[in-house]
Write a protein that binds this ligand. Sequence first.
Ligand code: SF4
Length: 321
Amino acid sequence: MVFLSYLIEMNEITKISPPSGKPVRERKPDWIRVKAPMGKAFEETRKLMREHKLNTVCEEAACPNIGECWTKKHATVMILGDVCTRACAFCNVKTGMPMPVDALEPQHTADAAAKLGLEHIVITSVDRDDLPDGGASQFVKVIEALRRTTPDTTIEILTPDFRNKADAAVEAIVAARPDVYNHNLETVPRLYPNIRPGARYYASLRLLEQVKRLDPSIFTKSGIMLGLSEQRLEVHQVMDDMRSADIDFLTMGQYLQPTPKHVKVDEFIKPQAFDAYASIARAKGFLLVASSPLTRSSYHAGDDFAKMRQAREEKLARAGA
Ligand code: SF4
């Protein structure tokens, strides 16, 4: 029953009926309909996350891919608690005063990764503007625990912008040498005041540029959501800005309204339009582009990491030829 209601939630949207003013549920377009999360492997992933007291962005963000990802034992661990100090208009994570940092979380994360037998793990966090380092040292401890416990697992981190302390935070994390450093720009700069009010577009770009400057061997990655009323040329400009910051991997996916309280979907972008954006992005020089309605920054992250590594090798081989 839980799964059925979850499926209904994921495949419907809430709209306000004009004559009555009452909310009504409508089906999402067919191209973003997903299967109900269920099955033995899905349950095992869920059980393991609970046993190790880990939060996942898959659940907190009500990600539509949870059925597919958890069945394949892919989950994105969300460290530093499940309460965020910001309240972005698109995000389903709770806002409020977060709990103290859990000293056992790094080892719990590493143990879960080892039990799942992960070749690649994605670690993200809530925003922790309350902490002096924004939570950077916890990212470092998680990376260190993973390297000790499961040394063959490649590590991708998806960090906040570490407002007002980004330089020191990025230096510390880069020194711990994750394989991929992801930080999402989320949307075009014009929409920041409404969609991402606590953040600054150029500060986020600078953060990614700094990662590459400090250690060019770390892959950098960033993503945006489409369907928030961004214009085509604005998206192209974001791509240019990302290339100027030497970002390797661009992800683009459809924004989905997690609850009626969040900002509404302005448009469901057709799959063909995602393909067209992907072609333009590739022409602009990204090593890798993932663009589809259901693309999320951690969707197929392991496979994409392997593709990105191969693309870099081919590029270096061409340059040396
Ligand atoms: S796409 Fe990412 S956040 Fe969504 S279920 Fe998969 S791993 Fe979790």
